[in-house]
Design a protein around this ligand. Structure first.
Ligand code: BYC
Length: 316
């Protein structure tokens, strides 16, 4: 057998490409091009940050949930998001990333998180609509990531998707309950749908023609579909769900196109996505400030855990 040290960079590159071509997984100890490692760290870190920042909009309602049952469900859901963050930060460390460093980069604005979590949650219907549309969009985007070429990411995604399915159903069930309630509750649901529909479509990223990372990520089988393909899939699955619920989407151009076999939909305001990504959305400053505060307030826990681990290590 040839030792890895004896293989040339070209051999290693060929082996990497062969692994991808055969739809096998790249694992942490495998050789990989630096650009692949960088891309994986970027995507996994952004994803982890999104899960953690994503706890805030719904966490806002835990103390005000309208019943003990709703509170228990919401607590479990928000806790799941923390768990997703942990699986993902762990996956990023298998690539050599340092979790504390990633958190610093998030807080200092050097790494991104999903645009969707920069919108406010003024009513309890927002909790239902986040579950239905935001988690629904997340599932649409993340199910193909279970087949992503990087092993630890793909495996984390399997569990995350199972939990996201529960989240989506709890959101839809909450909305069904509200729709069976009073006129005021139905109006509240429609108002929340009106506010979240377009931002949910933006979650899938810029249009393919303006997505700098898609081509390479598809070639490496990190991404299995383009942003526009997944966005279309999400629109197609959401329309019948909206009909069953009794709400409409705020898009006069949304209609079935028999020729394409898909729903057509109106032009997305890409300037809004750019604005939100660059830090100027309705809640960006508040979200980062809260994360910074949580990081500072948790410093003593990290110090205590490190001291405990050092003491145990010394006695062993
Ligand atoms: N928001 O070339 P592109 C959740 C950035 S968590 C912000 O298409 P790529 C949940 C993009 O990063 C949801 N930034 O990039 C949690 C890139 O910037 P950089 C998070 C965005 O990577 C709690 C630039 O724009 N899900 O579901 O090929 C509760 C150009 O884009 C956005 C994931 O992270 C955006 N919406 O494709 C409930 C899934 N869109 O890095 C729910 C994993 C694009 O070059 N990630 N950008 O400076 C992915 O699938 C892909 O990274 C994306 C973007 C489809 C998001």
């Amino acid at each position: 057998m040839t030792a890895v040290a004896e293989l040339s960079e070209e051999d290693l590159q060929a082996h990497f490409e062969h692994t991808i071509a055969r739809d096998q997984r790249i694992e942490p100890r495998d050789w990989m091009p630096e650009a692949y490692r960088k891309t994986m760290i970027r995507q996994i870190a952004q994803h982890a940050h999104s899960e953690i920042i994503g706890m805030q909009p719904e966490g806002n309602w835990i103390t005000r949930a309208p019943s003990l049952r709703r509170k228990a469900i919401l607590l479990a859901k928000v806790q799941d998001e923390a768990g997703h963050g942990l699986y993902l930060y762990s996956a990023s460390t298998t690539l050599g990333a340092d979790r504390a460093d990633l958190t610093d980069k998030l807080i200092n604005g050097r790494q991104k998180y999903s645009s969707i979590f920069n919108y406010p949650t003024p009513t309890f219907a927002d909790v239902g609509v986040i579950g239905w549309l935001v988690d629904g969009a997340a599932i649409c985007n993340q199910v193909p990531l279970c087949r992503s070429s990087y092993g630890p990411y793909a495996r984390a995604m399997i569990r995350i998707c199972k939990e996201e399915s529960f989240h989506q159903r709890q959101g839809y069930e909450l909305l069904m309950t509200m729709m069976r309630g009073t006129d005021a509750q139905r109006e509240m649901v429609q108002d929340a749908v009106n506010r979240w529909w377009w931002p949910s479509l933006m979650m899938f990223g810029p249009p393919d023609a303006e997505s700098p990372n898609t081509a390479q990520s598809m070639a490496w089988k990190i991404k299995r579909h383009t942003n526009d393909e997944l966005r279309q899939r999400f629109v197609d699955m959401s329309v019948p769900q909206a009909e069953a619920l009794g709400v409409t989407f705020p898009d006069p151009d949304l209609k079935w196109n028999a020729e394409r076999g898909h729903y057509d939909f109106g032009e997305i305001d890409w300037s809004e996505l750019k604005r939100v990504i660059s830090g100027d959305g309705p809640c960006n400053a508040e979200r980062i400030e809260r994360r910074r505060k949580a990081q500072e307030e948790g410093a003593w826990v990290r110090e205590a855990a490190a001291a405990h681990a050092a003491k145990k290590g010394a006695s062993a």
